[in-house]
Design a protein around this ligand. Structure first.
Ligand code: FES
Length: 599
């Protein structure tokens, strides 16, 4: 379960869920309010009518869909609560009322002003930055400091990305709960605010295409608007859309109450809601320990951590130990793990995990050291590292390649983050996982390269200005190889079997994917056509890695040979009303036609 921290001073807000009163706090998302009130489930799936609850809480999975004041298909994690709001269980996902696409979004003045400023289809910026985590903030700041006109598009309501989520509006009264590294992100925000770059919160870029005149068009929607979208033209684009948590498709991972560790951390950062009794964490990676430490710091509790690093991994990672010992990771990580182990039961080298329950998580079964054990719990938090969020670069046509150490695809980029698509740079974890501390220097390097390409200064100046960022990047990535080797996910948690669902959205099991592969499907797109796997609203974000891995195993090929889903625009579901709202200028019409021609 989750519980609110007692020192939350935000005003109270009352709403209803399926007719039952829910007490929330101003600024909560609908999903956060429901979870804090004990409602783990918020929708029934279209295919089987099974109950589902939030999974990622970052706007990617669409498992938190609810009906708000009669409007279906509202993502509960992206919409703020409002007094008197009527939230009901979403039944199915395809019942769209075309007359009522204007969901009850909260509108604030600054967002409306930002929207008005960008609604003009003739808007042209020098650099469009997508994503306001440390990479995007640094990229926008440096580009603006180079004298370029910069617009930063951010899906969230405030800057920070996932790692510094809620940094300008966190309700946590005690700064020590999240640790100094979280609050250090404030420096990125302050530098950005001083830079003169324009911030467009609540904006979602769902298409990116290169024009004949070498500019780029971005199709963008705005959470604050009632079904409006616009096309912005940029001379350069820096994609800083960060990472997603790697799916961990164990049996029962779709039950309400099973969520990512990152989702639980978002609840803590943005709503002051911490895990409480009945919570088990399963998986591996630095985020497991960081969240557990933050949760305990906040006064929350965790029943057990089922640590899934395989036996023998330390020996494989040991050759990278010297650099790790010299990094900041060591002291920080060891102290954190020691504190958590002193207060929480930790089971090491867990080999198998399975959630069970009728309509929500009621317990977890696990195997470790030759024994099987069952723990009663109502919340299971899963994590096995992060992977680059690739949907937008893929749909735009950027090349990708398989990283066999991190077991994921990543974009092909040069030393500045330059992608294979001219005019597009990729920065931060979206360009390959290197961690939060590396994100800001990577963003700065991309901005300097863009400024050079746009003629602000020559290559010598670019190189001179980049030196301190390269030093920071080297320092930030020291020790990373050790973590990559240590926390490389085991096959047991990447290759689901039997009835275990691979595709959360379309409820496609591992055995169906295997049947398709045995039947001749040699790639994810064929599996998609045969099974609907990957056709759901998350657009493959949470099944693509598993599908690639399963096909590679069945066909005896490499992930690079198998590839991943071909991505198409829009890279997130867009209501028809938004498409219809695109401005009718010649430039916009041409841009829309070009988008269509790509497919
Ligand atoms: S998990 Fe969403 S489309 Fe497969």
């Amino acid at each position: 379960m989750f519980a609110r921290l007692p020192d939350d001073a935000r005003p109270a807000v009352a709403l209803t869920f399926d007719g039952e009163r829910v007490d929330a706090r101003a600024g909560d998302s609908v999903a956060a309010a429901l979870l804090a009130a004990g409602h783990a489930a918020n929708r029934l799936t279209p295919a089987t009518g099974r109950a589902r609850g939030p999974w990622c809480l970052m706007g990617a999975c669409h498992d938190c869909l609810v009906t708000v004041d009669g409007v279906p298909n509202v993502q509960g994690c992206t919409v703020a609560v409002a007094e008197g709001m009527r939230v009901t269980t979403q039944r199915g996902a395809r019942a769209i009322d075309l007359e009522r696409t204007d969901a009850a979004f909260a509108i604030d003045d600054s967002t409306v002003q930002a929207l008005d400023a960008t609604r003009d289809p003739t808007t042209i910026v020098d650099v469009a930055v997508i994503g306001a985590g440390p990479a995007g903030l640094a990229a926008a700041t440096v580009a603006a400091e180079c004298g370029l006109a910069v617009a930063l598009f951010d899906e969230q309501a405030g800057p920070g990305g996932q790692v510094h989520r809620g940094i300008t509006r966190s309700p946590l009264a005690r700064a020590d709960v999240l640790g100094a590294e979280y609050w250090a992100g404030g420096a990125h925000v302050r530098a950005f605010e001083r830079s003169g770059a324009r911030y467009v919160p609540g904006s979602s870029v769902w298409a990116l295409t290169r024009n004949d005149d070498a500019t780029l068009s971005l199709a963008t929607s705005y959470a604050s608007s009632k079904a409006a979208a616009s096309i912005v033209t940029a001379r350069a684009v820096i994609v800083a859309t960060g990472a997603l948590e790697r799916p961990m498709p164990v049996p029962g991972w779709t039950l309400p109450g099973a969520m990512t560790v990152g989702a639980a951390q978002i609840l803590l950062k943005t709503s002051g809601i911490a895990s409480s009794q009945g919570t088990v964490i399963a998986g591996a990676g630095p985020l497991v320990w960081l969240y557990a430490w933050q949760c305990l710091n906040a006064g929350g509790s965790i029943d057990a951590i089922l640590e899934a690093t395989p036996k023998g991994r330390l020996a494989q990672a040991i050759r990278h130990l010297p650099a790790f010992v010299a990094s900041h990771y060591l002291a920080k990580g060891v102290a954190m793990m020691r504190e958590v182990r002193a207060r929480v039961r930790v089971v090491d080298h867990v080999e198998r995990v399975e959630a069970f329950g009728e309509s929500r998580v009621e317990g977890v079964r696990f195997a470790a050291g030759g024994r099987v054990e069952t723990l009663a719990c109502d919340t299971l938090l899963l994590h096995q590292g992060v992977i680059p969020h690739l949907n937008l670069p893929l749909a735009a046509g950027c090349d990708i390649a398989w990283n066999d150490t991190q077991l994921c695809f990543e974009p092909v980029v040069d030393a500045w983050g330059g992608s294979s698509l001219p005019g597009v740079w990729i920065a931060g974890d979206g360009a390959g996982i290197a961690g939060a501390d590396a994100a800001a220097p990577r963003g700065a390097l991309a901005a300097l390269a863009a400024a050079n390409a746009l003629g602000r200064f020559d290559a010598n100046d670019r190189d001179r200005k980049s030196r301190r960022h390269r030093v920071a990047l080297t320092r930030a990535t020291r020790g990373r190889a050790f973590l990559d080797a240590l926390y490389r996910p085991s096959d047991a948690f990447r290759l689901p079997e039997g009835d275990t669902l691979v595709c959360r959205c379309e409820e496609v099991s591992a055995s169906r994917v295997g049947d398709a592969a045995r039947g001749g499907a040699v790639g994810p797109n064929q599996v998609k056509a045969l099974t609907r796997c990957g056709m759901g609203p998350c657009q493959g974000r949470y099944c693509a890695p598993s599908v690639t891995a399963l096909i590679a195993r069945h066909c005896g090929s490499t992930p690079n040979e198998v590839g991943t889903y071909r991505q198409r625009f829009p890279v997130r579901p867009v209501p028809l009303g938004e498409l219809a709202s695109l401005p009718g200028s010649d430039a916009a019409d041409e841009a829309v036609v070009r988008l269509g021609e790509r497919h």
